[in-house]
Design a protein around this ligand. Structure first.
Ligand SMILES: [Zn+2]
Length: 448
């Protein structure tokens, strides 16, 4: 199949005007000018997207598919009250409700040009939805617990769950990882036990790190609402928690949490010394600019991450916190926040953010040999974005158009491993109508 459009963005080389991508089975067989490829492959079926750009699929480096129906539920709360509301409301949902919610997220992902996800998942709903949609990525099994006497049991249960999840993902594009969620939800001994086990099993690890000021206060001074009302809500108030006197990054280093293959989400409350530590352990960072701003967590020091040559990609963190899985919004708002904070336009360009949303995410997941760019022999994870609409023309630079004018609704084609998951004319591999109907009853429980 030959995909052609006004622009092709290989990411690792210059944009190709009037370009084409040849897909053979699950891989990219050739990339180049349309005239050359049409001439070289005369019998090939051609799909022409016209005034559009073809690029690698987006990597959503941090999400929770199962929280999709929480969209708009707790919009104007700071981090800890938001987290508590989401936790309380979530207790009303059945396993089927969680699955419907995750399917809604998977549907939105493929309609928005997301081909690869790093999903933190406590109910297995995100796993099953990602499999049904044909997405690529890593689903991290979420583990929490503040009772040190139960650590052996919690780790044993996690082992069983990961075995079952691995079995379910055979012959798919999904890998399994483990997530000791965050400093305020897992005791340090549990962090250490999970980290040791993940290293033994070569499992990738993901956790939330140094996000809100409340998390910083919780770790360093043993205070904030995370140390009081949140622990009451979780039934953890009888378990000892003491100030550690150090930053969240230093604290988790002391418990060996960075020893494996770690993806850390947020990393906002970090010092220069913390960033040096993240670099020392080659920790990858899921930068979620919209979620961080919306919950009043702050603005991550992206310039310093890049300056330290850390692996950084963009995450949406699910509609529960920032309402849409729109990577265009993450790029645009992420770029504008940095320029505002730095009082400078020098550091970040539209091109830099498109790279972060594709190849950057792939590197963060150590998948850059398979995805993240349009080059021969990479997996055919490809999207097309329409650039012909009134809010976009005229287009002179496709990078600029993607970051400053495009939205998730402009995505017209999504392919993973050579399989078309979404095509604007024909719809998605998922049953959109059924998913929207299924989520109705679950949503009514949340709003009751
Ligand atoms: Zn998250």
């Amino acid at each position: 199949m030959l995909l052609t459009a006004k622009w092709v963005l290989p990411i690792t080389s210059d944009p190709i005007k009037n370009g084409a991508v040849l897909v053979r089975r699950d891989k990219i067989a050739a990339v180049g000018p349309k005239g050359d490829l049409v001439g070289a492959y005369p019998g090939e079926e051609v799909t022409n997207f016209g005034q559009a750009v073809i690029l690698p699929g987006f990597v959503d480096l941090h999400t929770h598919l199962e929280y999709s129906i929480f969209r708009g539920l707790c919009d104007d709360l700071p981090f800890t009250p938001w987290k508590m509301q989401v936790t309380k409301k979530g207790r009303k949902l059945s396993p089927d409700d969680w699955l419907s919610s995750a399917k809604l997220g998977a549907l939105e992902a493929i309609q928005s040009g997301i081909t690869c996800i790093a999903d933190v998942n406590k109910t297995a709903a995100g796993l099953h939805a990602a499999l049904a949609a044909g997405l690529r990525g890593i689903v991290f099994c979420e583990i929490t617990g503040m009772d040190d006497s139960r650590i052996q049991r919690v780790v044993a249960e996690a082992r069983d769950m990961v075995l079952r999840w691995k079995e379910a993902t055979k012959n798919s594009h999904i890998k399994i990882g483990v997530s000791p969620y965050a400093s305020y939800a897992s005791t340090p001994l549990l962090f250490k036990a999970l980290s040791d086990w993940a290293r033994e099993e070569k499992l990738p690890v993901c956790f939330h790190l140094a996000g809100s000021p409340d998390e910083y206060e919780f770790v360093k001074h043993g205070s904030s609402a995370l140390a009081t009302s949140y622990r009451d809500l979780m039934g953890w108030s009888d378990f000892l928690w003491q100030p550690t006197g150090v930053s969240p990054v230093k604290y988790l280093e002391q418990w060996d949490a960075f020893e494996g293959d770690v993806l850390a989400t947020h990393c906002i409350q970090v010092s220069e010394m913390d960033i040096d530590l993240l670099k020392k352990y080659d920790v990858a960072i899921a930068h979620c600019p919209r979620c961080s701003a919306k919950l009043g967590m702050g603005i991550a020091p992206l310039k310093e991450f890049i300056g330290h040559n850390l692996r950084v990609g963009l995450g949406t963190d699910s509609p529960a916190s920032n309402n849409t899985m729109d990577i265009f919004d993450e790029m645009r708002i992420g770029l504008l926040l940095q320029r505002g904070a730095e009082e400078s336009v020098e550091e970040f360009s539209a091109k830099r953010f498109v790279e972060m949303a594709t190849l950057g995410g792939a590197r963060a997941l150590r998948m850059e040999d398979e995805i993240g760019a349009l080059t021969q022999d990479k997996q055919a994870d490809i999207i097309a974005v329409d650039l012909s609409r009134s809010h976009q023309i005229p287009v002179t630079d496709p990078y600029s158009a993607l970051v400053y004018t495009a939205n998730q609704e402009d995505v017209i084609f999504t392919m993973v491993g050579g399989k078309i998951l979404y095509n604007k004319e024909e719809g998605t591999v998922l049953d959109e109508k059924a998913i929207l109907a299924e989520t109705r009853s679950a949503r009514s429980k949340l709003w009751a």
